[in-house]
Design a protein. Structure first.
Length: 268
């Protein structure tokens, strides 16, 4: 089931390998990306409230992508090829391949996650509460979708503090017993997120990198995830996940989400 839990976070719309392409329907022109290497002077953090601290969300109807995911723990390192399809606010579908073989499929809907391990012929149907228990902190559909496309994961209108750090804004939020820090860059896109479960001290840190401008949309074309979760012995296990996308498309045309499970595996 390790591959299943990795999939929950693998998308945070990331990574383009060299020569990777990012395309969108109806607006094929891509703006030139310029990198300013001028050093930025260090500025002491100042607490502020400013509209610039609000990140711009990626708006889309359908999304289609292909990615390479590398999963590392203390003892193992695995590589997966993942095909992704999304319908905004509705469905996230993924097919996971290992060594050119389709090994598993996952379907996220608003209320649950379905996982079919094709090689082992196993089917799992989970609620988000069950997944949250396994991961050590609260997870829901909106959180997964927002992290995939690089949007701020939690509601923006809740109680928060905003601090200026050099050229970035640090937006501090509290969601129940979960502490969330969002670093918003000068391009008004998220650069980094940390999500900490205060009772357990479990933590997820996500870094977005390699931003590219595609017409009016800005994509983080690489991402890395660090998961620090306590085991049964109350010791932290660290997992590192890196994501590289070879293709991303934003579409208006409806996509199919094929998810077939043998009838004998389905249970009420």
């Amino acid at each position: 089931m390790r591959i299943f839990f990795s999939l929950v976070f693998l998308f945070l719309l990331g990574a383009c390998a060299p020569k990777a392409t990012v395309t969108t329907i109806q607006e094929p022109k891509v703006d030139t990306i310029r990198i300013d290497s001028t050093p930025v002077a260090t500025v002491k953090p100042v607490e502020i409230v400013d509209q610039q601290a609000t990140s711009d969300d990626l708006n889309f109807t359908y999304l289609k992508a292909k990615s390479k995911v590398v999963w590392k723990t203390k003892d193992n390192a695995d590589t997966y090829i993942v095909d992704i399809r999304m319908k905004k606010d509705s469905i996230i579908w993924a097919n996971i391949s290992v060594s050119m073989i389709s090994a598993a499929a996952v379907l996220f809907t608003k209320d649950r996650i379905q996982f079919y391990h094709k090689i082992n012929n196993e089917y799992t149907n989970l609620t988000y509460d069950s997944l949250s228990t396994s991961l050590g902190f609260k997870v829901n559909y909106d959180l997964i979708q927002n992290m995939i496309v690089g949007n701020q994961p939690y509601k923006k209108n809740n109680t928060r503090r905003v601090v200026r750090e050099d050229e970035n804004f640090l937006v501090k939020q509290q969601e129940g017993h979960v502490e969330v820090n969002n670093w918003v860059g000068p391009n008004r896109k998220l650069k980094k997120i940390s999500v900490s479960d205060l009772p357990s001290s479990n933590k997820l840190t996500l870094d977005y990198e390699d931003f590219a401008t595609l017409n009016s949309a800005i994509f983080p074309l690489s991402s890395s995830i660090t998961l620090d979760v306590k085991n049964k012995e109350n010791q932290f296990n660290q997992t590192l996940i890196t994501i590289k996308y070879s293709k991303v498309e934003l579409l208006e045309t409806p996509l199919e989400f094929p998810f077939k499970v043998p009838a004998k595996l389905l249970k009420n």
